[in-house]
Design a protein around this ligand. Structure first.
Ligand code: UD1
Length: 356
């Protein structure tokens, strides 16, 4: 059996690393070709992750880089087609909801190559998010849909996806977390940054809705005010870094860092008093670790992190940042039971389904 895995961005690597490992173990005679689209290309956004996660060096680098949605998507399609023609895989596996995911699914489906989508069925019901369009189209094209929570199945049924294509396998991002927990717990990233474990707010912000417009300046001002009460640690995504430079904002008291590797970031996450984010994956990682997560978005495609986890939707409203100290003081200290099948073995279940 010949498999091609197409990845492009930081969270893709985290979701796919355990799948490649489990598939290699299940199908050792098979061909396992890793294609990196190059959507993320900075060393801190890409190589560091691949190294820490133990992903073998990609067999193909498409080097599509940054650009408009159309440019980025088109470049992946154009450059992936000859790779798939040469590899002739029996299956193309794509994770998540980024432009590389959509482009790879479309390229493979048009070449009559079956597609498997890892993390299928998530819906924010907000079509202004580029990721929502990527999810909807990818799920329509995929033949095997691997889901990590029951509502994903409802979403897919509502869009006419037949039940036999849907497999509830659990969360491969949590597989990576479980596999590397010993190493990130030992990383002591908080101490290295000079903040006390349990004490600080960890911030990540990168969605266009928040960082590409006027909300960014207000968010930074609110965080600077909050930093007088509790340390605020903010590893800055390149998109956000560029927008911060453009608005020339002051950020007194905020501990801004470069993007962190997986081990240092998870170390900071596990030791945080709380997390403020607009990321999808971090809503899941905090749910698993039992860390309070405050999501600065109007909606989430991951409602299970609210019903079964530690996530609270603040809305897309920087003013909500002022409520954080009070919200944290009132929170019961609970370490919730993670959702079913978020147990470190999702990728093995995927390999089992594919091998069948
Ligand atoms: C992409 C995904 C988003 C995901 C995020 C994870 C889409 C539509 N968006 O957003 O869903 O949550 O990845 O991080 O696919 N840049 C660099 N170096 C890099 C990568 C990006 O400097 O290695 C800068 C460039 O200025 C680029 C900008 O960041 O234009 C945005 O990168 P892009 O890949 O387009 O989207 P993300 O914001 O990273």
């Amino acid at each position: 059996m010949r498999i091609a895995y197409v990845v492009g961005t930081r969270p893709n690597f985290v979701k796919t690393a355990p799948v490649i490992g489990a598939m290699r173990a299940r199908l050792p005679e098979g061909r396992h070709a890793v294609v990196h689209t190059g959507q993320h290309y900075d060393r801190l956004m890409s190589e560091v992750f691949l190294e820490e996660l133990g992903v073998p060096a990609p067999d193909y680098m498409l080097e599509v880089g940054s650009g408009s949605h159309a440019e980025q998507t088109a470049r992946v399609i154009e450059r992936l087609e000859p790779v798939l023609a040469q590899e002739n895989p029996d299956l193309v596996i794509v994770p998540g909801d980024v432009n590389s995911t959509l482009a790879a699914a479309l390229t493979a489906a048009k070449m009559q190559i079956p597609v498997a989508h890892v993390e299928a069925g998530l819906r924010s019901f907000d079509r202004t998010m580029p990721e929502e369009l990527n999810r909807i189209v990818t799920d329509q094209l995929a033949e095997q849909l691997f889901i990590h929570s029951p509502e994903a199945s409802d979403n897919l049924h509502a869009e006419g996806v037949p039940a036999e294509r849907i497999h509830l396998v659990g969360n491969t991002m949590i597989d990576t977390l479980v596999a590397l927990e010993g190493r990130f717990r030992a990383a002591q990233a908080a101490q290295k940054l000079g903040v006390a474990p349990g004490d600080y707010l960890l911030v990540t912000l990168h969605r266009p809705a928040l960082v590409d417009g006027p909300l960014l300046a207000e968010t930074i001002a609110r965080l600077a005010t909050l930093a007088r009460e509790m340390p605020v640690v903010f590893p800055v995504h390149p998109r956000t870094r560029a927008m911060l430079a453009a608005i020339d904002s002051e950020h007194p008291g905020l501990l801004l860092t470069e993007p962190l590797g997986y081990l240092d970031f998870l170390s900071l996450l596990a030791d945080a008093g709380a997390v403020l984010t607009d990321s999808g994956g971090i809503q899941e990682e905090t749910t698993y670790l039992g860390i309070p997560c405050l999501t600065l978005r109007a909606n989430t495609e991951r409602p299970i992190t609210i019903t079964a986890g530690t996530n609270t939707l603040l809305g897309l409203d920087p003013a909500a940042i002022a409520q954080i100290p009070q919200a944290l003081s009132q929170r019961p200290a609970k370490r919730p039971v993670p959702p079913p099948l978020w147990d470190g073995h999702a990728a093995e279940r995927i390999a089992e389904v594919v091998a069948r």
